[in-house]
Design a protein around this ligand. Sequence first.
Ligand code: ATP
Ligand code: MG
Length: 151
Amino acid sequence: LNIEKVRLRPLVEEVVGMIEMKAGKPAKIEIYIPENVEISTDSLHFGNVISNLLDNAVKYSGDAVEIKIYGDNNEISISDNGIGIPKGSLPYIFDKFYRVTDGDRYEVGGYGLGLYYVKQISEMQGWSISVISEENKGTTFTIKFNRDEKR
Ligand code: ATP
Ligand code: MG
């Protein structure tokens, strides 16, 4: 990884712009990140991490997607109002090639690699990633940048 100090908000805005273009349906994406927040990361990989999480948020939500992105020096979280993840699947979603098949899934393609990548990059940076999800309500992924706290 090529770690450098980057401003979080412009990085996220750039990824959001790309996701909005390819969404193919109305996507209301709100960014709540103060201008002055800086984090140490590999901006290319971090952009891909955010892109994967947003791609999922759009894919696994209905026709009118609402996504909220919160960020500060300690963490970033991405919440959607989508179909959610069944409790029984939560332990596996970061596994290589794992995709949820049970329940009322939308007909969306994928390889089950996005979250595997997200987890790999997070771990390489010493970050922790967690998920809270409720079926038919939505999902929130949170990445905590704070290395000292957890390990
Ligand atoms: P890929 O990302 O490789 O194109 P994918 O999206 O299926 O394929 P992951 O991004 O790894 O794979 O996600 C794994 C599974 O977790 C998905 O198949 C989906 O069922 C579930 N999932 C991930 N994010 C969400 C979300 N925001 N809402 C609902 N389900 C989700
Ligand atoms: Mg994905």
